[in-house]
Write a protein that binds this ligand. Structure first.
Ligand SMILES: O=C(O)CCC(=O)C(=O)O
Length: 270
């Protein structure tokens, strides 16, 4: 576990922007972590977990693979979670006293991948709810606006959550979709979309409720991205009435409970 030093990682302006917009780009902080995250990423590709999923089907081209919840068995990921400034930055951005790790996630789109990542919020798929949250999206290959993750600024404050759906069919994720609204037409010009310009070592940090999505990858480069999801003070378990993603079978919590620290350790305290 790391503890806060007198060094803040974020400026006051970045903290205000994170809380207002639900996303910020953090420059350069993870430069020295890229090689080891790539090594961890390769380990997962060679030995995926039961959660590994291929998203390219039918007439789609390329490969869009993702996997998650591997950090306990991948030493490079564990080191990043426990020793990088990632958790501390989420603590600063959310004004939390302590930060727990939720899970990590890898995504690769090989060159020529037609499949886009549809606009979505992560929070409705999760077995948690809260506002003091932070997900990283850290590219492990050079990216361009053509294949970068994009976010809808301010969408973490929308009054209703967006209906979670299966990406392949758009069918509702849960049997009861009454708590949700449909995704508005994000490309109709009414929304402020951030398409980040990023270099290796930069990270996009966004709230679990921020709407995000990405084009396929029609560039000549692989597009690997490493993510970790962190939870701040107000995050609590929620029973969604059906399997969530990730599933966390056997978690044995009730709606409103704090997330258990044996599964989701505190990795930073103020
Ligand atoms: O990398 C992508 O295309 C999607 C990433 C994403 O949805 C996430 O990190 O939550």
């Amino acid at each position: 576990m790391t503890t806060a030093t007198t060094q803040g990682w974020l400026s006051d302006e970045q903290i205000v922007a994170y809380q207002r917009d639900g996303a910020i780009v953090i420059k350069g902080v993870f430069k020295d972590w890229i090689e080891s995250l790539r090594a961890g990423f390769d380990r997962v590709l060679q030995d995926p977990s039961e959660h590994g999923r291929e998203n390219v089907t039918g007439t789609d081209t390329g490969r869009f693979f993702e996997d998650y919840c591997n950090w306990q068995r991948i030493p490079e990921f564990r080191r990043w979670i426990e020793q990088s400034p990632g958790a501390a930055i989420v603590g600063e951005a959310t004004g939390s006293e302590a930060v727990q790790v939720f899970h990590e996630h890898i995504l690769v789109k090989e060159p020529g991948t037609s499949k886009a990542t549809p606009w979505h919020q992560d929070n409705p798929y999760y077995c948690v709810d809260g506002d003091q949250t932070g997900s990283y999206w850290i590219p492990l290959d050079p990216i361009t606006p053509e294949n970068a993750l994009q976010v809808v600024l301010g969408s973490h404050r929308w009054p209703k959550p967006v209906r979670p759906s299966k990406w392949s069919t758009n069918a509702s994720w849960y049997a009861d979709d009454s708590p949700y609204m449909d995704m508005p037409d994000i490309d109709n010009g009414d929304f402020e979309i951030l398409i980040p310009e990023m270099e290796l070592g930069d990270a996009l940090l966004f709230n679990f409720k921020t709407v995000h999505g990405a084009p396929g990858n029609q560039t000549r480069n692989r597009r690997r991205a490493f993510s970790t999801r962190f939870m701040g003070d107000d995050v609590r378990f929620v029973d969604r009435g059906g399997p969530t993603s990730p599933p966390f079978d056997g978690i044995n919590l009730q709606t409103g409970d704090r997330m258990r620290e044996d599964w989701f350790p505190v990795v930073w305290r103020r």
